[in-house]
Design a protein around this ligand. Structure first.
Ligand code: SF4
Ligand code: SF4
Length: 418
């Protein structure tokens, strides 16, 4: 694609990156077939190719309008288009750059501005979020039905976190909302890792991965969360201290895809660029860690093979796992090794509509995607649905009586209930 970027952005780091991405698009339109918003709205401007045109116009100097902003807001940033694109267009990076430019040109109405501000301040703060969640749970039955269903029920007991007894160690990211909604996820991860000889360590001073703020166009706040986490992890990761910590384990793929890209987000920050790149290299989704230990897993689950209770399950692969981290088929392989009977869902490459704060900011599209997803997941009547990201878990749970869990929780249950 030919480009002629405005001189205001052309020679900036972001301008150069955007120009290279725009030039890699050959307009073929293959991406339209797998774009969730195009499937629903059937409007070219709500497709990846249409949005790329809009973003090109803005970067070439055309002033963005509210309509431009609406089409970009409707994008889930699911990155399904990146998986489909034969030319390797890095759409996610392009829309990150353009949303910031558009935000500076188009004023949002005060109500939307307030909602975005509140989300950006409350969600990344575990203390605020926990207080609000508890109030919501206590008053749930006074609220309208639609809001009731979106408030997660009280969390299951997390159970024991094994002491750090192994030579091999990894760090856990607690993140912002997961400890309040599902503390069992990281505790179950610690128990499974303990059984294969790795101790999982909690780090007290870490905070939100930065994704929520960054994707709400509060990029500086997002980058500050990232710097804060690097500072919290660095004493454990620094080779000179040599305390045996191998890396950082992600149990929410939404956080994982962000931390994996710290090196990219902070590459022009002299003080943090090297550390951020090393943190990204050392970050692993829990499925990647276990996939390197399949022999140990197989022997661990050898005696539980005959345990068929709740064994028929469907895995909902989050967009952040399959399109963002490009991890496909790995969780499915682990679940099969552990003796589960995996039921494949239809359209498993399509987003469930959770997408960070999308379910709050674009409720109609999000609900439509959720209905489609629940139908696809339950079509063959699994006894359980599991996923790999707290956002998807909560979103799916709001629409089905089936209990939705993280896949690591069912592994832990199978091991300990046998
Ligand atoms: S599939 Fe890729 S190259 Fe083709 S239009 Fe979409 S983004 Fe552009
Ligand atoms: S990120 Fe998802 S919603 Fe956005 S254009 Fe790509 S496929 Fe469509």
């Amino acid at each position: 694609m030919q480009t002629n970027l405005t001189s205001l952005i052309k020679d900036t780091h972001e301008g150069k990156e955007a120009e290279a991405i725009l030039r890699s698009c050959v307009h073929c339109g293959f991406c339209l077939a797998t774009c969730p918003t195009y499937q629903i709205l059937n409007d070219e401007l709500d497709s990846p190719r249409g949005r790329i045109y809009l973003m090109k116009e803005v970067l070439e100097g055309k002033i963005a309008t509210q309509k431009t902003q609406l089409h970009l807001d409707r994008c889930l940033t699911c990155r399904g288009c990146e998986t489909t694109c034969p030319s390797g267009v890095r759409y996610g990076k392009l829309i990150d750059i353009c949303r910031k430019v558009v935000e500076n040109q188009v004023t949002r109405n005060i109500q939307i501005k307030t909602i975005r501000y509140v989300l950006q301040k409350i969600l990344p703060n575990p203390i605020f979020f926990t207080i609000l969640l508890k109030i919501g749970q206590a008053t749930k039955y006074l609220l309208p039905k639609r809001i009731q269903s979106s408030i997660p029920s009280r969390a299951r007991n997390a159970g024991l976190w094994p002491p750090a007894r192994h030579k091999r160690k990894m760090l856990a990211l607690d993140g912002c909302v997961q400890p309040a909604i599902a503390p069992n996820i990281n505790a179950a991860t610690a128990r499974i890792l303990d059984r294969i000889g790795i101790s999982l360590i909690k780090v007290k001073k870490e905070n939100c991965c930065g994704a929520i703020s960054y994707h709400l166009n509060a990029q500086q706040d997002g980058l500050n969360y990232m710097r804060h986490n690097i500072d919290a992890w660095w004493p454990y990761l620094d080779n000179s201290i040599n305390n045996g910590v191998e890396g950082i384990v992600m149990t929410a793929s939404g956080c994982g895809v962000t931390v994996k890209e710290y090196g990219n987000y902070l590459k022009y920050d002299e003080a943090y660029a090297d550390k951020a790149a090393q943190v990204s290299d050392l970050t692993k989704d829990i499925s990647e860690v276990l996939n390197n230990e399949t022999e140990k897993l197989a022997s661990l689950f050898y005696n539980t093979k005959s345990c068929t209770k709740e064994s028929n399950l469907t895995f909902h692969s989050p967009c952040t796992l399959q399109h963002g981290l490009k991890i496909r088929g790995v969780v499915e392989n682990i679940l099969t090794i552990a003796g589960f009977n995996l039921i494949l869902a239809q359209d498993d490459n399509i987003c469930c509509g959770s997408a960070g704060t999308y379910s709050i900011l674009q409720p109609q599209l999000s609900q439509q995607l959720l209905e489609n997803k629940i139908k696809a997941l339950t079509y063959k009547q699994p006894t359980q649905i599991v996923t790999a990201n707290i956002g998807c878990l909560t979103h799916l749970q709001s629409s089905t009586p089936l209990i939705i869990k993280h896949w690591i929780e069912v592994l832990d249950e199978k091991l300990h209930s046998h």
